[in-house]
Design a protein around this ligand. Structure first.
Ligand SMILES: *Cc1c(COP(=O)(O)O)cnc(C)c1O
Length: 443
């Protein structure tokens, strides 16, 4: 077996250089391995289900760029589409036919996205959705749920999941008290709390924003009827429902979680605004918001809600998104679903055999593993797990050349490129990792 990263000096030397010039050495906090310890793997290239570090060591990848790599890394047709677009020019600052094609493709899959606007990141998509909801309603307050992550705009950092959950932070410094006061944070899966908040100040609430399936504190499926309840209560009070599908969109199915849960034909509920990112950009910086035509047309230049971006709808990103969605057919989703089910039962089996308390939670092909006995229904539950046991599990997997997300609060991502070889390396590594976790159990 090839040497693994912690025994080589290359990664450590790189990390020392990185830390001296980039805060924490990383461009996004969770990459720093803060909660699992050790030195992050510096990736030189990736192909299919694998990433290769700067020493040429390969790892089967369960991060998949935190979601976008639905087809696997460097899919030849996606790369080809980007290369062809690059040869025609990198950015124009003018409309392109490719944007119209991609927007149409999104609406074909998610008909409730009657109008679509492109941005570059999920953060921009949710930030814009919030501004749009405030513009549409003339109200200030928004509701978000604890442990859910919607990117790093000021209004949405309170009790946020993802890197803040990993680092155990309640929110961020630098957010003004006034901004924080406009965000009401409620426990997830709690209809009574939601109704209570609206009963108290429903006339001041512009929107409820929710992840279609919370997957940034680990995967916490919505209780049956919870998304419908959000729709019902927001409609009752004239507030908007913002459905954040940045993680789930085009990953859990052709029409995202909305397609899976509500159904596209006769949906049981329809949000006012959807946000997309990750898979929709196929690994390039592209995200989108879409929704009701009358709401979306409040955006400039038609309406009074301003939003803009020099690189929005970038031709390379649009080409990557287009190629990815065109390739993401039923066979791709069936493959990812099957691999996900296979891996979930293998993880469960290995942890059970080693006597490690755990619960595997899933929504469609999205899943994560919590190192605790009881099911996780909300953020308080998610935080009550044995993160030290996870850290040992993580490092044992990494030593066996399987790269998990370096956090106990993240979903594990599979792709259409995870073939038998990749799966057998992952599954073969699980028993030793489970035993390592067992030795680290704090109770
Ligand atoms: C990743 C994510 C975001 C933020 O997207 P970025 O592109 O990282 O800004 C927003 N919402 C959800 C649900 C996400 O998973």
């Amino acid at each position: 077996m090839a040497e693994v990263n912690k025994t080589t000096g290359t990664q450590d030397r790189l990390m020392a250089r990185a830390r001296a010039i980039i805060p924490g050495g990383v461009s996004s906090p969770v990459r720093a391995f803060g909660s699992v310890g050790g030195t992050p793997v510096f990736v030189a290239r990736a192909e299919g289900p694998r990433v290769f570090d700067v020493d040429g060591v390969d790892y089967v990848d369960l991060v998949c760029s935190w979601g976008p790599a639905l087809l696997g890394h460097a899919h030849p047709q996606v790369v080809g589409a980007v290369q062809a677009a690059a040869a025609r020019g990198l950015s124009f600052g003018a409309p392109t036919s490719a944007e119209v094609d991609l927007a149409t493709l999104i609406r074909d899959r998610v008909p409730a996205a009657e109008r679509v606007r492109f941005v570059s990141t999920g953060t921009e998509a949710t930030m814009t959705a919030i501004r749009l909801a405030r513009g549409a309603t003339g109200r200030d307050l928004i509701i978000k749920f604890a442990g859910l992550y919607h990117g790093h705009s000021d209004a949405l950092l309170a009790a946020a999941g993802s890197g803040l959950a990993t680092a155990g932070l309640p929110g961020s410094a630098g957010v003004t008290a006034a901004t924080a006061a406009e965000t009401i944070v409620l426990p997830y899966n709690d209809v009574t709390a939601l109704e209570g908040a609206f009963a108290l100040q429903g006339e001041r609430i512009a929107a409820v924003i929710t992840e279609a399936v919370p997957a940034n504190m680990g995967v916490v499926p919505p209780a049956a009827g919870f998304n419908e309840a959000i729709r019902r209560v927001t409609a009752q009070y004239g507030a908007l429902m913002i459905f954040d599908e940045v993680m789930t969109g085009f990953r859990v199915g052709p029409a995202g979680w909305w397609g899976v849960e509500a159904g596209v034909e006769n949906p049981t509920y329809t949000p006012d605004i959807f946000t997309f990112g990750k898979v929709v950009g196929g690994g390039m910086p592209l995200a989108a918001l879409g929704g009701r035509a009358d709401v979306m047309e409040l955006l400039a230049p038609v309406g009074p809600v301003y939003q803009a971006g020099t690189l929005s709808g970038n031709p390379l990103a649009t080409a990557a998104g287009m190629a990815t969605l065109n390739l993401a057919d039923d066979a791709v989703y069936a493959h990812v679903d099957r691999r996900s089910a296979e891996l979930q039962s293998a993880v469960d089996e290995a942890l059970t055999a080693a006597g490690v308390p755990h619960v595997v939670q899933n929504a469609g092909n999205l899943f994560s593993v919590f190192f605790r006995d009881e099911p996780v229904l909300d953020y308080d539950d998610a935080r009550d797990q044995d993160t030290a046991a996870f850290a040992r599990f993580f490092h044992s997997m990494l030593d066996q050349r399987v790269a998990l997300p370096p956090s106990a609060f993240e979903a594990w991502f599979l792709s259409a490129a995870h073939d038998d070889g990749a799966m057998s390396r992952i599954i073969g590594a699980l028993p030793a990792a489970a035993r390592a976790a067992a030795r680290a159990l704090t109770t």
